[in-house]
Design a binder for this molecule. Structure first.
Ligand SMILES: Cc1ncc(COP(=O)(O)O)c(C=O)c1O
Length: 392
């Protein structure tokens, strides 16, 4: 299947809007939503049977045979990220996965958790809270341009102190959209005795992913962004040696029955997003498969980024080897310098130019983070380049 705007009809996205913000909360294809709806209909035919007998290993009454539905879906997600499904549990989103790990981590008073200044604010807050509850501290590694894989790995390693117990490392950073050298960082940190929690919120579906080979202790991620699974669907992968001490964020009937059983049933909720993951993966195959999608998205992000930086006369801070499916480009100086300036530009682009894109301020400049999904094409970047140039 050819990529670009001709694919837009596969999504419900408003055709009047140029959508360059896929990375923020994802966008689910029509066909995957239909599959989710079919699962919800199946639940509604016999709700108690589906949710109490068939969903998880803890069931009330005879489950009627067969592998629990959550485990079948976890096996499919495992295959998608080259992991064993038994090492992987569902969570609502990456924030929940990070909270589960951090709030259960056995910090002693004086211990430290290492975060980066490019980390996602909500997850960093979870680290602040977990540390505060146990008398631990948060140490922050500063990552600044010029960005390079080597400099970033060095900065993480240098930031480790004698009491650093765990580090949060983004696979793809939020505002700056940098694909970090996660395997290299994890290897160096673990050599120093620091456990690694990877935040892969943007990685599944957007970059080639072999989770166990990255060498982390935990890897939490979203499926509802680039893997095209309905919201809210995230997962937490835990290395086998950490599973006995990793607990669900909400404790329910699965307590003391093992890692997967504890996470598979956390009270009554709608499991249809998680269970629709195989339908999303089938749609990805129909689109041409992950390697073709990755090649298209990364090329579009790179070509589009150069186009924007050239039109706006600003430096491109992302080297190609740190580029994923999104790119962050500095706006012209006239765009201003503050969060209010960024917010004003974001509103004008949406309400006057019908372009949805993420705009933020950082280090005294305004930046745009532009997503290159398979339904985007260079014409979308050209439209954005013109709109910003007109306003600045
Ligand atoms: C790096 C990173 N981590 C975590 C998140 C949070 O994702 P969610 O709100 O789905 O938990 C985001 C959201 O964009 C992100 O960019």
């Amino acid at each position: 299947m050819n990529f670009g705007r001709r694919l837009r009809g596969e999504w419900l996205l408003d055709p009047a809007i140029t959508y360059l913000n896929h990375g923020t909360v994802g966008a689910t294809p029509r066909r995957v939503l239909e599959a989710q709806r079919a699962i919800q209909d199946e639940v509604e035919r016999q709700p108690s049977r589906f949710l109490l007998r068939e969903l998880a290993a803890v069931s009330s009454g005879n489950p009627g045979g067969g592998r629990p539905r959550m485990r079948v879906a976890a096996d499919a997600v495992g295959a998608f990220v080259q992991a064993d499904g038994n090492d992987l549990v569902f969570v609502d989103n990456a924030t929940t996965g990070a909270n589960a790990v951090l709030r259960g981590f056995p910090f002693a008073p004086g211990d430290e958790v290492l975060v980066s200044d490019l980390g996602y604010g909500g997850v960093t807050n979870a680290a602040v809270y977990a540390a505060r509850e146990r008398g631990a501290a948060v140490r922050t590694v500063v990552l600044e341009p010029p960005f390079s894989a080597g400099a970033i790995a060095d900065a993480f390693e240098r930031a480790v102190g004698p009491r650093t117990r765990v580090a949060i490392v983004d696979h793809i950073t939020a505002d700056t959209a940098l694909l970090l050298p996660l395997a290299e960082i994890a290897a160096r940190l673990r050599r120093l005795g620091v456990a690694v929690l990877a935040d892969g919120a943007h990685a599944p579906g957007s970059v080639a992913l072999d989770v166990p080979s990255l060498g982390c202790d935990w890897y939490t991620a979203n499926l509802h962004k680039w893997a095209l699974v309905p919201r809210s669907s995230g997962f937490l992968w835990t290395s086998p040696e950490r599973q006995a001490t990793t607990h669900a964020p909400v404790i329910s009937w699965g307590l003391d029955q093992g890692y997967t059983t504890e996470f598979d049933l956390v009270g009554t909720r709608d499991p249809s997003a998680h269970l629709a993951a195989p339908a999303a993966f089938a749609f990805i195959e129909e689109l041409g498969g992950l390697p073709a999608m990755h090649a298209y998205m990364h090329e579009l992000a790179w070509t589009g980024a150069r186009l924007l930086a050239e039109r706006w006369g600003t430096p491109l801070e992302t080297p190609r080897d740190l580029l994923g499916p999104m790119v962050t480009v500095m706006a012209p100086a006239d765009a201003g310098s503050t969060a209010e300036d960024a917010s004003r530009l974001r509103d004008r682009l949406l309400f006057d130019d019908q372009i949805e894109v993420k705009v933020h301020a950082c280090r005294g400049r305004v930046y745009l983070r532009v997503s290159a999904q398979v339904y985007n094409e260079l014409a979308d970047f050209e439209q954005l380049a013109d709109a910003v140039a007109r306003r600045c």
